[in-house]
Ligand binder design. Structure first.
Ligand code: NAD
Ligand code: USQ
Length: 406
C-alpha cells in the first residue's frame, strides 16, 4: 500500500512509519515539524537525542534498504498543497497523527487554547474536505483519545465508540437508537478530539469516506523493534511537565532520583498501551478497513488500566525513588474507576504487551543513559486548568516542585 503518515515525525508517528515501511509499504511522512518548534518555545528537548527527520529517513534507508519520503507540509494552513499532494499521490491509506496532543500545553493560556483548536480542528477538516474534493478512495485512520469519553465511571464498561440507547417516541413506543458515546472532554486538547469525532461522522455519512477512529489510551515505552535497530532511529521521549505522560515521566524521574510527581491522591485511573502495541494496532486497523457507506469504525486502542498512585508505587518499589503527592494543577476527579472494552483489536489478533517490571527496567536504563539531558526545572507540571487553580497552586523554581499557597 502507499501510505501517508501525517505527523510521522512524532512520538507515535515515527515508529509507525518504520513499522509500516518494514512491512513493505510505501510510506510518505507529511509533517510541519511544529512539535520541534514547540520544544524550542518551551525550552525543552526530548530525553533522547533526535536527528532531523531527513537524517532519520536516510539512516532507515541504510539500515533497511527501504525508502521513507518526507514532505514538509502544514495540514491546518496549506490546504491547496495538501489537496494537490493527495491528487498526485493517491494514497491507499492515510494515518492522521498530526495534531497538538498535550492537554497541559492546550491549557497554558488563551493563546495555547486557540492554537490547539485552530490547528487540530482545521487539520482534520482540511484533510476530510481534500479527500472529498480529490475523490481519492483512501482509508483514513485517525488517532483519537480515550479522553473523549471522560473518565468518570458509571460502573459499566465503556463500549467502542457507540452506545445503544432507548428513547420513547411521540406515540409512547420505546425505540432503539445507536449514538456516539456521550463525550466529556477534560481539556481543550481532548475537546478537539471530540470535535473531530463529529467531523468524521458527517463525512462518513455525507460523502461515504472510509474512516477508522482509534480511541487511544496513554502510550508508554519508547523503543519498538525498528527504532531499536540504530541509535539514530531512536524515538522521541518527552519528560517535561507539558508533553511527558505519566508513566514515562515516573520512569525518568526514577532515573534522576526526582520524587515521583503524583497529582493529588493519585486516584485517577487511566488506560494505557505500549508503543509497540500502538504500531501493531495501526497495522491491524489498516487490514480491516470499513466499506464505503459504513459508519465510522471505532476501536478502543488500549490494553490495560491503572491508577496513577499504583504506578508510582510500582516505580518507587523498583527504583527506591520517593513519591511526592502534589497539589493537582488539573481540574479532574480526585478518584475514578475505568472499565474499557477493547474486544475489537483482540478479535483482530492483538496480543497485548502488559506492564511488567522487565520492560520498565529497560526504559529506566534508557532514561539513565540520557539523564544528563534532563533539565530538572522542566519536570513539574505547571499548566493550571483554571485561573483559580493557578492562584492556589504555584510553581516554586527554587524547590522545582509545586506547592500550595493560602
Ligand atoms: P507528537 O506531538 O509527538 O506528534 C504529532 C506530530 O504531528 C508532530 O510531529 C507534529 O509536528 C505534527 N503536527 C502537528 N500539527 C500539524 C500540522 N498542522 N500539520 C502537519 N503536522 C503537524 O504526538 P504523539 O504522541 O505522536 O501523538 C500522535 C497522535 O496520537 C495525536 O493526535 C495524539 O492525540 C494521539 N494520542 C497520543 C497519545 C500519547 O500518549 N502520546 C495517546 C493517545 C492518543
Ligand atoms: N499525572 C500525575 N503526575 C504527572 C503527570 C500526570 O499525577 O506527573 C496525572 C494527571 O493528573 C492525569 C493522569 O496522570 O490524571 C494522566 O496524565 P497524562 O499527562 O499522562 O495524560 P493525558 O493528559 O490524559 O494525555 C495523554 C496524551 C494525550 C492522550 C491521552 C490519552 O498526552 O495525547 O490523548 O494521554 S487518555 O489519557 O486516555 O485520554
Amino acid at each position: 500500500m502507499r501510505i501517508a503518515v501525517l505527523g510521522g515525525d512524532g512520538f507515535c508517528g515515527w515508529p509507525t512509519s518504520l513499522h509500516l515501511s518494514n512491512l513493505g509499504h510505501e510510506v510518505h511522512i507529511l509533517d510541519n515539524l511544529s512539535r520541534r518548534w514547540i520544544d524550542t518555545e518551551l525550552g525543552v528537548q526530548s530525553l533522547t537525542p533526535m536527528d532531523s527527520i531527513q537524517e532519520r529517513c536516510r539512516i532507515w534507508r541504510e539500515v533497511s534498504g527501504n525508502e521513507i519520503a518526507f514532505h514538509l507540509l502544514d495540514l491546518a494552513k496549506e490546504y491547496q498543497r495538501l489537496k494537490q499532494w493527495l491528487a498526485e499521490m493517491k494514497p491507499d491509506a492515510i494515518i492522521h497523527f498530526a495534531e497538538q496532543r498535550a492537554a497541559p500545553y492546550s491549557m497554558k493560556s488563551d493563546r495555547h487554547k486557540n492554537y490547539t483548536v485552530d490547528n487540530n480542528v482545521s487539520a482534520t477538516h482540511n484533510l476530510l474536505a481534500a479527500m472529498v474534493e480529490t475523490g481519492i478512495d483512501a482509508h483514513l485512520v485517525h488517532l483519537g483519545t480515550m479522553g473523549v469519553y471522560g473518565y468518570s465511571s458509571v460502573g459499566a464498561a465503556i463500549p467502542e465508540g457507540y452506545l445503544d440507547i432507548e428513547i420513547t417516541n411521540l406515540e409512547g413506543e420505546k425505540k432503539g437508537l445507536e449514538v456516539l458515546y456521550p463525550t466529556k472532554p477534560g481539556s481543550v486538547y481532548h475537546m478537539t478530539k471530540s470535535l473531530d469525532q463529529i467531523q468524521f461522522q458527517f463525512y462518513a455519512q455525507n460523502d461515504g469516506l472510509r474512516i477508522t477512529d482509534l480511541h487511544q489510551g496513554i502510550v508508554w515505552g519508547t523503543h519498538t523493534d525498528q527504532t531499536a535497530r540504530h541509535e539514530q532511529l531512536i524515538n522521541r521521549f518527552d519528560y517535561d511537565g507539558d508533553y511527558g505522560t505519566v508513566l514515562n515521566r515516573f520512569l525518568i524521574q526514577a532515573a534522576i532520583n526526582y520524587p515521583l510527581t503524583v497529582h493529588g491522591t493519585g486516584g485517577q485511573t487511566r488506560a494505557f498501551i505500549h508503543i509497540q502495541d500502538t504500531v501493531r494496532c495501526i497495522e491491524l486497523a489498516l487490514g480491516d478497513a470499513p466499506e464505503q457507506g459504513d459508519r465510522v469504525r471505532i476501536f478502543n486502542q488500549m490494553t490495560e488500566t491503572h491508577r496513577v498512585r499504583d504506578l508510582a508505587a510500582m516505580v518507587s518499589q523498583m527504583s527506591g525513588c520517593e513519591i511526592a503527592f502534589l497539589p493537582n494543577p488539573r481540574k479532574e476527579a480526585a478518584e475514578n474507576d475505568l472499565i474499557v472494552k477493547n474486544d475489537g483489536f483482540l478479535a483482530l489478533g492483538l496480543d497485548p504487551i502488559k506492564l511488567e517490571t522487565g520492560l520498565l527496567d529497560e526504559i529506566v536504563h534508557i532514561a539513565e543513559k540520557y539523564a544528563h539531558r534532563v533539565v530538572r526545572k522542566h519536570v513539574p507540571c505547571v499548566s493550571a486548568w483554571t485561573k483559580d487553580i493557578a492562584q492556589r497552586v504555584v510553581h516554586d523554581p527554587e524547590a522545582t516542585q509545586l506547592k500550595s499557597v493560602g
